[in-house]
Design a binder for this molecule. Structure first.
Ligand code: ADP
Length: 471
């Protein structure tokens, strides 16, 4: 008794609820632009926090010297050292990645930062060209990819944790001070010169390499975006003066929400069972922490409705049992009999001997989830272009959308980084395609998405360079 009709019905319902035709995407574009405007107009005016970063001068390629950076933001913690040689050149680049021990993600701020400081010390000591004494006074960029209320380019307090972190005593503390204190405890005399969100780091490196880069998006464990805004458009900070007339805004777009988002019953359940219900709604439909789990929820439902996956596997009922990289591996399985799909179902979910027909259903589910995620990111990106008048429609004023085409289009580069974009080819293709589809063939050639690897870390080191106390 397979109950195929139930499977077919559940799948059809899911596909329909998750559909992202271009008309719907355009509604998301408009909603994004309107919410951006509202978030800039007043504190708490939108679910988009639109945080001021105090970064007004992005690296321009002239930076010189050796700089370090720390990157904390998701599954992996990264330490970097770069050597800049002026003239847009990066002469050297070393990076070390370390998984953050699960225990530390819910420990105390002291334990957490001690781990980071110790790791940096070990990295410095391993470097063959530099010893501890020689890093004295060196500038350090710190990428910290959680919502932070910045008070200057090198200070800021944590607003809340996301992505499974929960070190309660850190909330509302100055993260740079915590890091600086841990560095002193470990005898590292380094200066935290820039505190940056990962998306801001990505924007910095993008701008270092190409001056037309005006926005950056990160799609890894979580998701976020930032862009270069005119200082006078930040209505909530009247009289904001910057030397360049611009300022980088950290959107915290993971928390974006709109009734136009194609939400399914699986999204509702995922949110309800998460550590932060009703928050990060956009992130929960898009980012690496969640995509695999949406797929798991769909298979779980199909297993309850039918026996196409055999007897109900207990592994299917546990959150996060199917990771996004494994989901991607199933989606990208190009063997004729979908061997990889069968193997992953067996090894991770304890589901055995599924026929080809069912393996194909697995691929289809992965496709629906990934396609929706990639196309929503595309709509978000075009939303930023719309807000900044770079989508060919003339931008928005006072929340009203003008329909006029502006005559002149500028070349616009958006830097994109994060494991989903860099390592999941189908995701990247869907995203690139959807941006072009929404913009239309006249405007699309002016908009270039550039993949950055390790960009946010390198960018943080570059921002340490351009904001160095010595410069
Ligand atoms: P961070 O954890 O700091 O966001 P990354 O940008 O490298 O770091 O993103 C890692 C995330 O990207 C992982 O949590 C995973 O969800 C996703 N990811 C990494 N590799 C792949 C892959 N091959 N396919 C799909 N998703 C991937």
């Amino acid at each position: 008794r397979k109950r195929w009709w139930r499977v077919v019905r559940a799948l059809d319902e899911f596909e329909e609820a998750a559909a992202t035709p271009v008309g719907r995407l355009r509604q998301v574009v408009d909603a994004m632009a309107v919410e951006m405007h509202a978030g800039l107009a007043s504190e708490g005016g939108s679910k988009l926090k639109m945080l001021l970063t105090f970064v007004d001068n992005l690296p321009d390629g002239s930076e010189n010297g050796i700089y370090y950076a720390l990157h904390v933001g998701g599954t992996n913690f990264r330490i970097l050292r770069i050597q800049l040689g002026g003239q847009r050149s990066i002469l050297g680049h070393d990076v070390e990645r370390k998984p953050i021990p699960q225990l530390l993600m819910t420990s105390t701020s002291e334990e957490f930062f001690d781990f980071i400081a110790l790791s940096l010390k070990e990295f410095v000591e391993k470097g063959n060209d530099l010893q501890l004494a020689q890093v004295r006074g060196k500038d350090l960029g710190f990428t910290f990819s959680f919502p932070v209320k910045q008070t200057s380019v090198s200070s800021g307090t944590l607003i809340k944790w996301t992505k499974g972190f929960a070190i309660e005593d850190m909330v509302e503390k100055d993260v740079v001070q915590c890091l600086q204190e841990a560095l002193s405890r470990r005898g590292l005399d380094m200066n935290v010169a820039a505190l940056v969100n990962d998306s801001v780091g990505t924007l910095a490196v993008g701008h270092f390499l190409d001056k037309d880069t005006v926005a950056a998006v990160v799609i890894g464990t979580g998701t976020n975006a930032c862009y270069l805004e005119r200082a006078d458009a930040v209505i909530k900070c009247q009289g904001l003066l910057t030397t360049s007339g611009g300022v980088v805004i950290n959107m915290e777009w993971g928390n974006f929400w709109s009734s136009h988002l194609p939400r399914t019953s699986y999204d509702i359940d995922l949110d309800a069972e998460s550590q932060n219900p009703n928050e990060q709604g956009f992130e929960k439909m898009i980012s690496g922490m969640y995509l695999g789990d949406i797929v798991r929820r769909v298979i779980f439902r199909l297993s309850l409705e039918s026996d196409i996956f055999g007897a109900l596997s207990s592994k299917l009922s546990t959150r996060f049992n199917l990771s996004t990289p494994l989901m991607a591996a199933m989606h990208e399985d190009d063997s004729p009999d979908l061997k990889e799909v069968a193997k992953i179902l067996e090894e991770t979910l304890d589901i055995h001997d599924v026929p080809l027909k069912v393996r194909k259903i697995m691929v289809r589910i992965c496709d629906v989830v990934t396609r929706r995620a990639a196309r929503l990111v595309a709509a978000g990106i075009v939303g930023i272009l719309k807000k900044t008048g770079r989508d060919g429609t003339g931008g928005i004023t006072s929340g009203r959308v003008k329909g006029v085409k502006s005559g002149k289009m500028r070349r616009t580069v958006v830097a994109v980084e994060g494991g989903l974009y860099t390592s999941y080819t189908i995701f990247r293709e869907y995203l690139n395609e959807a941006v072009a589809e929404i913009l239309g063939e006249e405007i699309a050639p002016y908009v270039i998405l550039k993949m950055m690897e390790d960009g946010s870390g390198i960018g943080a080191a570059m921002l340490a360079a351009s904001n160095s106390a010595r410069s």
